[in-house]
Design a protein around this ligand. Sequence first.
Ligand code: F6P
Length: 533
Amino acid sequence: MWDKLKAYQAGVSQRRIADLFDDSRAAAFSVSVGDMLFDYSKTNIDSAARDMLIGLLDATGVAAKRDAMFAGVKINQTEGRAVLHTALRNLDGSPVYVDGVDVIPGVKATLDRMAGFAAEVREGRFRGQGGAITNVVNIGIGGSDLGPAMAVRALSPYHDGPRCHFVSNVDPADIAEVLAACDPATTLVIVASKTFTTIETMTNARTAKAWMGQTVTDPAAQFAALSTDPAKTGAFGIAPERVFGFEDWVGGRYSMWGPIGLSLMIAIGPDAFRAFLRGGQAMDDHFRAADWHENMPALLALVGLWHNQVCGYATRAVLPYDNRLGRLPAYLQQLEMESNGKRVSMDGADLPFNSGPVVWGEPGTNGQHAFYQLIHQGTRVIPCEFLIAARGHEDALHHQQQLLIANCLAQSEALMNGRSLAEATAIMAKKGLTGTELERQARHRVFPGNRPSVTLAYPVLDPFRLGQIIALYEHRVFVEGAVLGINSYDQWGVELGKELATALGPVVEGRESAAGKDGSTAQLVGFLRASGA
Ligand code: F6P
């Protein structure tokens, strides 16, 4: 299967993507969901390659695995858990069973409680000691931070609730700067932690409680918790009516659709939050029903597999030409790399191919004036994934949006077409250069081109479209993981560092010696302690 694909790719690798275009290619290698268009025609995938890639989906039983996920089967086998973030946006309420129990009534009840609390906060009925809430501080890390932080920024035109801040890093700079901007008497602190044990989050939560306690008589009354562990939230002192629970079948990096999205709901309101869920649900419906040839998440995944596992391109750049999606690359880094950065298959055998790629990116056009140099002329190929809206929210500045669009499209065009030596030579000759100097200067101005990219285009970034985009990427990760035969829903790779950090704490504090540590670690501890640690 993979060998056939690799042999095919080797046979076509020298052809020009631009030469694949006839009158029908753009439409034939694009797919729509509602008013969202995914164009993957600027890749070296042709019909034969696409058929072989779709063959991978069939050979690895992706449809059955997808249906199992939606049905609540415990597909996260290393943790014995179902994977049901899709149930959090199942607003139509068709039953989903885990261990024989329909989870949907509980999901709806929690969503209603969240909406009730969000409305109280937004309308000033839930008050701090000093009056209506003016600032919300979400303390969480990883999936308990990146989703809501990304979405609050993405949906800022819909933000009509209190200001929202996000504290994630245990670095004291993070919390100190946020708290300095807040009045403790009118601040709500949300402690977001699935496990309610994460050291960074619990440390920051205690710091916030102490800060609030300097001014407010009952600081815990201005705290809410989002967690799967009510015993621990209770032990922290947070009253059950402000605890919003969820189940272990929601993975951290997939959790923004439920209680972990509370800060987003407070920011944009319950109705807009429900529109976000509807967008996710619309993508779910599409993913479940559409034929693979028309299935946006599956095709996005197949493009990813083609570039990483078949062509051997080790990274992919996510480049939103939508400034409010500035945190999307960071969000996708966790979603994709924590999910598919594995080295063994579900049964524990070493993977015979590379797992997920390095995901990185920044908004365009800023990236153009920074790292695009390497994308265009560096020696390695970096597949690019562009996102672009037709309209911004700044009607009076529509001409700037048009300039943004022109820049986005120019990049994918430049990546594909490049600039030949003959073209570069002609340009430099026009400037008056001749002889060896002309030759030398022209060579620096050659763009090899033939560099693949895909573009996701949509009318405007609103809650519904953001929901579609996030669910699209979630299902892309699912499909890639299913084809590779890995467990996309555990994250054992983050554990070792946590254990070592816990063990190193007393050494850094000077309560234990660094004896037994490797020479480098012992030296660094010594240096930092001597320098004031
Ligand atoms: O360390 C990784 C991780 O477990 C992520 O998977 C998770 O999103 C994050 O930490 C935060 O975990 P929690 O929500 O339990 O605090």
